[in-house]
Design a binder for this molecule. Structure first.
Ligand SMILES: C[S@@+](CC[C@H](N)C(=O)[O-])C[C@H]1O[C@@H](n2cnc3c(N)ncnc32)[C@H](O)[C@@H]1O
Length: 223
């Protein structure tokens, strides 16, 4: 898994923009709205990849705040660091495994994860770790692709994910990585189930579906 993310790091941003027609930036802004952070807060972005969500957080916690953004792919982190140089507050991009976050209990006002949770080897453990490092009253935000259940989008979605995305992967020279993407989305729990699993971690959860039901934004407030 880590090797796959190292391999795709160089073209990850371009592929994101192609596959979402640039909409992923809007979804990230929405995720950060739900995180409810402001100037001076400390925020964590887990499985940060090339750092786009961490940079959105940085804009919200300035001035005086801080963002820690971690990932287990060094190739992703090196791209993120290059983008983070002009951030309005310090953004530290560092190696960490989401299954065992190297942070103390209650350190952060929010912990976010964008398009990363579906890659966790143990989703419940990843969610529990995010909840642990957030202070009571703080938030855990999960931005993920989800499977729409209603036509016509459900039909379009099947065509897109089962045919077009793997084809894009072939053209990009990495069919394995882009066959993995649709499979990981199909395996991921439906929005209500994800909310229930976050609740078990001590979070009061609500969620929003957007983009015709293909994007789910869950926010949990720590009890
Ligand atoms: C699809 S990318 C998402 C990147 C970024 N969050 C975004 O919004 O575009 C998934 C990221 O999760 C990271 N990842 C997956 N499992 C992880 C784990 N257990 N610990 C840390 N990072 C992980 C991968 O290295 C990869 O960078």
């Amino acid at each position: 898994m880590r090797a796959m993310f190292d391999r795709i790091a160089g073209y990850y941003d371009v592929m994101n923009s192609v596959m979402t027609a640039g909409l992923h930036h809007k979804w990230r802004r929405r995720a950060v709205d739900l995180a409810r952070v402001g100037p001076g807060d400390r925020a964590l972005d887990v499985a940060t990849g090339t750092g786009d969500l961490a940079l959105e957080l940085a804009a919200r916690v300035a001035p005086g705040g801080e963002v820690i953004a971690s990932d287990f792919s060094e190739e992703m982190l090196s791209r993120a660091r290059a983008k983070g140089a002009d951030a309005p507050v310090a953004v530290t991009f560092e190696w960490a495994n989401a299954m065992a976050l190297p942070y103390a209990d209650g350190e952060f006002a929010t912990a976010t994860v964008g398009f990363g949770a579906r890659n966790f080897s143990d989703l419940d453990r990843g969610l529990a770790e995010m909840a642990r490092v957030v202070r009571p009253g703080g938030t855990v935000v999960v931005l993920e692709i989800t499977t729409p259940t209603r036509p016509p989008l459900s039909s379009f979605y099947r065509l897109w994910f089962d045919r077009v995305v793997p084809l894009i992967g072939k053209v990009a020279g990495d069919p394995q990585a882009y066959a993995y993407l649709p499979n990981s989305v199909k395996r991921f729990p439906a929005p209500a189930e994800l909310a229930a699993r976050m609740d078990v971690c001590g979070l009061d959860v609500r969620y929003i579906l957007t983009a015709g039901g293909i994007i789910a934004l869950h926010v949990g407030t720590k009890r």
